[in-house]
Design a protein around this ligand. Structure first.
Ligand code: DQA
Length: 143
């Protein structure tokens, strides 16, 4: 079974970007961890990043055809994108919303998610381990 791990805008900058909030590790480090843990759990991990909303929408539709689940860090689109909400609603594959930082401990604008009402669940605040927790959750919820 394949799990798509999708990353939205600015996550390609991990390691350089506000390291006090997001840590010193790169997105490649996150990808390597996800692939290794995925392997242990019996999943193939298809890990992707885009800064473009439409590409993320296309990937959600693609996952709807061929993935068993999506771990999705939509970056700032989390807080703004009705189109990503609708894309998730258009498929039956479960989506787990993921954030590196604890968005609820940050600015008010980050407290609201457009993704969460369409998601199976939300994991935030554990650094890159948030992604790993999502993979474990998929192990539990995918029969
Ligand atoms: C983020 C949190 C968002 O508020 C922010 O816009 C990001 C990263 C996180 O992983 O903590 O780009 O999704």
């Amino acid at each position: 079974k394949t799990i798509f791990v999708l990353n939205g805008p600015n996550l390609n900058m991990l390691g350089k970007r506000e390291p006090g909030i997001y840590g010193a590790g790169t997105l490649k480090d996150v990808e390597n961890r996800c692939i290794a843990v995925g392997k242990d759990l019996g999943f193939e991990v298809d890990f992707r990043q885009s800064n473009h909303e439409g590409i993320l929408i296309d990937w959600i539709h693609e996952a709807g055809e061929k993935a068993a689940g999506i771990a999705f860090n939509a970056g700032a689109y989390t807080h703004t994108s009705l189109a990503l909400h609708d894309a998730i609603k258009s498929i039956t594959v479960p989506v787990i919303e993921v954030h590196i930082s604890n968005v609820h401990a940050r600015e008010e604008i980050r407290h609201h998610s457009m993704i969460a009402p369409a998601a199976k669940g939300v994991i935030c605040g554990f650094g890159p381990t948030s992604y790993i927790l999502a993979l474990h959750a998929f192990k539990d919820i995918i029969s």
